[in-house]
Design a protein around this ligand. Sequence first.
Ligand SMILES: [Zn+2]
Ligand SMILES: [Zn+2]
Length: 638
Amino acid sequence: MSGYRSACPACGAEVLFALGTTLLRVCDHCGVAVARAGADVENYGQVAALIPTPSVLALGVEGGYANAPRFRLVGRLQIDHGAGTWDEWLMGFDDGAWAWLSESQGKFHYMGQVAQPPLPDFDELMPGQRVDLGATGAFVVSELRSGRFVSARGELPFRAQPGSVLNYADLSGPDGQFATIDYGQGQEAEALYVGREVTLDELGVSGLPDEEQRAVKASGKNLACTQCGGPLELRAPDLTQRVACPWCGSLLDATRDLKVLAKLSAPPISALIPLGSQGRYKGVVWCVIGLVERSVTVEDERYPWREYLLYEPRRGFRWLVESDGHWSFVEPVNAGDLQGASASGVTYEGTRYKHFQSGQACVDHVLGEFYWAVKRGQTTDTQDYVAPPSMLSCEADEGEITWSRGSYVEPAELWQAFNAPGSPPERRGVGAIQPWPHASAARGVYTSALVLLAVLFVVFLGLTLLGRRQVHTQFIVIPPTAVSGTPEAAVFTEPFQVERTGNLEVLVTAAVDNSWLYLDGALINERTGSLDEFDAEVSFYHGRDSDGSWSEGGTSTRRYISSVEPGRYVLRLEPQWEAGRPAPRSYEVRVSSRVPRLYQLFLAGLALALWPLLLAWRQWRFEAQRWSQSDHPWVESS
Ligand SMILES: [Zn+2]
Ligand SMILES: [Zn+2]
């Protein structure tokens, strides 16, 4: 590292700017901020004492990772943006380059300075806005912040007086990237940083207190409520801003000696999963540390839900959300990873989420500890998008837009995981992201029904082609002297043999022309004399009228006799024909056995489809019920 040495304008001690590019150095001897201005140095005033934070880093800590020169932490900046102080560490590389390492709630972000394209001014930005960062790509503004320069140690790359207010815009980009536009104390962009979340292991940082020591440092701090005197055990003491006393419900300011902000005489809500409970979800043990009841009000009706704040020292915060007995586990999502946002939906990780509802959520009650300055009556605009069993939610207020993803959790599993007392509350209605309980069973039913339908069709086709046997054909002449409908006109066919049990088809063909032939028939078993009566009418009419030519009927007809036993049979056929007209001269009968019928296929198919259709109907009703709670109901509610 190249260096620049000077004397402190306040105490005369030597100050070393180890990086050639840094502009501010806190004098190690007297604590004054020394600013470089050309060849001169200027006294920027006393820097306040460092605020105790749960930071695990320290000035002088070294590290190194692949494809980069080794670095050392040469500066520490403490910023307060109104909801706590966090640390920004300046990484000085051996080649004189530098980058920021920001630390907040146990997370680290590496932010390197990149070439700055033309950027909008600070007051032109809005949360949710897309900003073109040139070669880096398009990012979404997630938060606009004004932070106070609280304290610093070592050297910093900018000139600002301690206590001044610095403006930033935080942006979120694709593939987990983050960007910060630094506006300094004004409105014009001064620097652009791009980076991503990193772990200290990735950075090759060594020589830190190990995790166990850190865990001890961050474990519960025993205090007493300043309102009721009840014992308070803080589970994230370094991060907690507000405490709602579990004994009296009063809201206390954890950053100012538990000063009472709002007095209550009893806790306004009770936690179904008690505060302090620990539970394992997806391999991580979370501790329940707070509870918020929020609600939206639609047409004077209040729809409340409860959000349990979970904490794990290395992963930060998550939520368990309960609404009408339905539970979801909620994690933050980077706005930059969302695509195709529109009024109808948004895409995340390849899944399209459909817009479900919009609302204005209001904080009604709080209990436990919170890492932000929670208070009753706070409102945020919310948008929910669903792709069961997941939900994407967007919350926006004036300065910040945040996205999160909730995953449906089975209440019984949750109760077991957190060892919660009693049983989970009864689920009411269909949850916004509740999966249809019969989905996997239904898939099995649909698949087997399709297979069975295919089998049925093949069997039918086989029977049609192979099963059918023609057992008799006879051409019958009606004598010219015969009289319609008289027994004398009746004939017996020659006997024929039916080999196997099944139906019989009698096909009658007659050359009728604008007339009809009716046969009063009977199938007679020669051995038993048993009788199956049937009739058959062949009628064919045609002609021509104002609409053109027409025709009705045909020259053949089929009749079926069901379950005919094997045996020798004859047919008795007694013809009738149109009065006053000559008899048709002849007709033909053709008898076939075991003829597959289409209606049988249809009935079997229907029987097979009944269960899948019922399931599909139930699923439709389930989905309709889900969407009845949304801004887009499927059916108009009465
Ligand atoms: Zn000094
Ligand atoms: Zn209290």
